[in-house]
Structures are given as C-alpha cells and as structure tokens.
Design a protein around this ligand. Structure first.
Ligand code: TXA
Ligand code: MG
Length: 377
C-alpha cells in the first residue's frame, strides 16, 4: 500500500528546539495541552486503528505501532525492511503500563533505575507477559521497555492509551533518523504520518540493559552511560561482548548498522597526517570529509600543498555534541556527490563516547555485518 506521507507539527513546536527536552517531558501542563493538539490526536487515532506513525523521541525518531496488535507491529517491519528476528522496544508513558507487558514482580533494582533514569534513554529487559504478541518480542521470552523523554511521544502514548512498539524510524541498515526530514527521506510513501518534534537531543539510541544476571549488562551502549548507571547503583556494570550469532543477547547486534553508503574510515588522531594524505591521494579529484572531535584542529596546511580537497573539518568539543550530530552528518555527507570517502577520528570511549564509538565501528564495518535483507539495531 502506498501512503501519502504527511509531516505534522504541533502548536508547541518551538519549545522543542530548546535542548531541555527532559524538563519539558516532565511538564504536566504542557503534556496536557499537547494531548489536545490536532497533530497528537491524529497520530493517536492512526495508531489505535492499527497503523504506524513516526514519532520523535529524545534519542532518535521511532516508527511506532500498538505493541499489543500483531498486525500493526508487522507493518513496522515491512516499512523498515527489518529482519523478523530483531525484537522491538516498547515505549510507555507511565509505570502503570508495565503490568500488561511484563511477567512477575518488577525487581527492586529495576525500580531504582526507572526512578532515576525514566523518562530517558534507558531500556530495561524484563520477563515478557504472555499477552505481548511474538511479533513484538521476535519470539523472545523477554520484552524491552523504556519511557522516552520527549513530551510529544508521551502525549501520543497517553492520548492513544497504548504501549507503543517503536524501533528507530530508518530504513533498516541506514543511520538512525534524528530529524523528521530523515524519516521522510527513508519512509515516504510507506507510512501515513510523521510528527515533527525538532532535532533529537541525544542523537544516539537508548542504552539497553539486562538485569537478569548477577551483574548488570549493557547489551547496547546508548544515551545513559555505563558510568552513570554504575555510580548510581554503586556496582559494576559490564558491556556484553557482541557475539554475532548469540541470538539470546541483543538480536539486532549482528546486522548491518547505521551505515552510510560511502566508505567510513576511522583514524587515530596521532596518525592523522599520513592517513589523510593517503586518503586525499585515493580520492583523486574528489573530496574527503573529516569528522574530528578534537578542540585542536587538524592543520590543513600539513596535508596538501596547493590542492586541498578536505571539504570541511568538523570540530566538536564534546562527545555529546558529536553524538547529537553524527547520524545527520553521515546522511549529509552521503548525499554530497563531491565527496568520495568519510574519515572520522577515533574517540575516547568514556561516557557517551562508548555509544558513539559503538555506532562508528559498526558503520565502518558495515560490510562484515551485512546480511541478506539488511537489518539494523
Ligand atoms: O532510543 C531508542 O532505543 C530508539 C527509540 C525509537 O526509542 N529505539 C531503537 O530501537 O533504537 P531499535 O529497534 O532500533 O533497537 C532496539 C535494540 C535492538 O538491538 C534489539 O535487538 C534490542 O534493542 N532488543 C529489543 N528487545 C530486546 C530483548 N528482549 N532482548 C535483547 N535485546 C533486545
Ligand atoms: Mg535501529
């Protein structure tokens, strides 16, 4: 089915540009107003009718459907071209919604973490309630849940009364969308509605954690850092090794990810001159793009005497800023015909740097992860 994809904003759109998305998410007055905004009402109606809609979250845009409706959830997989064995995260607006999704008692540790990090970019894996369709959990006995920190997404959840299954709203294998325009670019004609909630504040997806073992394991690093979880609970938090064939871990990890069409190379800052010289040679008449997170600029003078082909040197002072811009940059550089290849500096993996480098390594190694039919995290 071909849709005429609408992109809609609410009356409160300007507020979402402020960078204070969590504060806005906790503003109950704003949420009440949003719930009667025509764009929110329309999204809620679409979702209640078993259709999909793209919605903003604080991490990346999500492609949402009623988590309890298997036919609706199938439409997510279809629109994205997502492999069936990759389970979805379910989004809620209130902890009271956990009951219909999870089985057994919610552990004390989970309660503590929800109290501290929700709403926000932390996804917790719970034992699954039998009522949740297999399509949503991709047949697993567990279900991933989070409470997002974008007031627009929360308002749609409340207005619809649904729990919303939502993976990132990109075509499988492409970089996750951090703007409504990215979603439009990937999914136009395939979905009825995109709500524009401004650029995503975090720019990398949520941290996915598993609490079932003795030690907390991060299955996917994301917006909440391992250090933050560890220091809050006063215990070690490990990073799960990414085993390509370990189905029980985080099934999405084995697929092609976040990848631009162009080749992405990672370079060590110390080697920048020799690496970039070689790159310029290979690019011949085309340009190379360099993404660096250092304050200290790469000295262009050291690189090419009269024929400088570096398009731009992006200079970021903080990994948070690089996280926020990364996917947008990759998409822009992909679309720029004058650029041959993309070079990105290797970053410290502390804090959100762990999530950023996780995405960068996967995008750079896309060939190795690639599977027939594509896929994504
Ligand atoms: O920030 C985010 O998490 C965004 C926004 C839209 O909320 N969503 C997102 O969803 O990134 P997606 O589907 O692109 O990535 C979900 C990841 C995948 O790696 C998937 O395999 C893993 O979470 N996952 C989902 N359910 C799981 C489960 N029950 N056990 C282990 N991993 C799970
Ligand atoms: Mg994804």
């Amino acid at each position: 089915m071909e849709y005429k994809t609408q992109v809609k904003k609410t009356k409160y759109h300007n507020k979402f540009q402020s960078g204070l998305i969590r504060e806005l998410a906790l503003d109950s007055e704003l949420r009440a107003k949003l719930k009667s905004d025509p764009a929110v009402i329309e999204a809620a109606e679409i979702l209640k009718n078993g259709e999909v809609a793209a919605l903003p979250t604080e991490t990346v845009y999500g492609l949402a459907a009623d988590a309890m409706n298997p036919e609706a959830v199938k439409k997510i997989f279809k629109a994205k071209g997502r492999p069936q064995d990759n389970p979805l995260i379910v989004h809620i607006a209130d902890q009271s919604q956990l009951g219909e999704l999870t089985a057994g008692k919610v552990s004390l540790k989970a309660k503590k973490l929800m109290g501290k990090f929700w709403p926000g970019p932390l996804t917790i894996i719970f034992p699954k309630n039998r009522k949740v369709p297999d399509e949503t959990s991709a047949g697993l006995q567990t279900i991933a849940v989070r409470m997002p920190a974008h007031p627009l997404m929360l308002a749609v959840i409340e207005r619809s009364g649904l729990a919303l299954a939502a993976p990132s709203a990109n075509t499988s294998g492409f970089p996750s969308p951090t703007r409504a325009a990215h979603v439009y670019n990937d999914l136009k004609g395939k979905i009825p509605l995109i709500l524009d909630g401004g650029p995503s504040q975090f720019g990398v997806e949520s941290t996915v954690i598993d609490l079932s073992g003795e030690e907390i394991r991060v299955l996917r690093p994301g917006g909440v850092s391992r250090e933050d979880i560890s220091s809050f609970l006063g215990e070690d938090v490990s990073l799960a090794a990414e085993l390509k064939d370990d189905k029980a871990l985080s099934p999405g990890m084995k697929y092609r990810h976040y990848a631009p069409q162009k080749k992405l190379h990672i370079f060590n800052f110390e080697d920048r001159i020799s690496v970039l010289r070689q790159a310029l040679k290979r690019a011949e008449t085309k340009k190379i793009a360099v993404i660096t997170a250092r304050k200290s600029k790469i000295n262009i003078k050291d690189l090419a005497e009269d024929n400088i082909k570096i398009l731009r040197v992006f200079d970021h002072e903080a990994p948070e800023e690089l996280a926020q811009k990364l996917f947008d940059l990759l998409r822009k550089l992909d679309a720029d015909q004058s650029i041959k290849e993309i070079y990105i500096e290797e970053l410290e993996t502390a804090g959100i740097g762990e999530a950023v480098m996780n995405r960068v390594y996967k995008a750079a190694a896309a060939g190795e992860y690639s599977q027939p039919g594509g896929g994504d995290n």
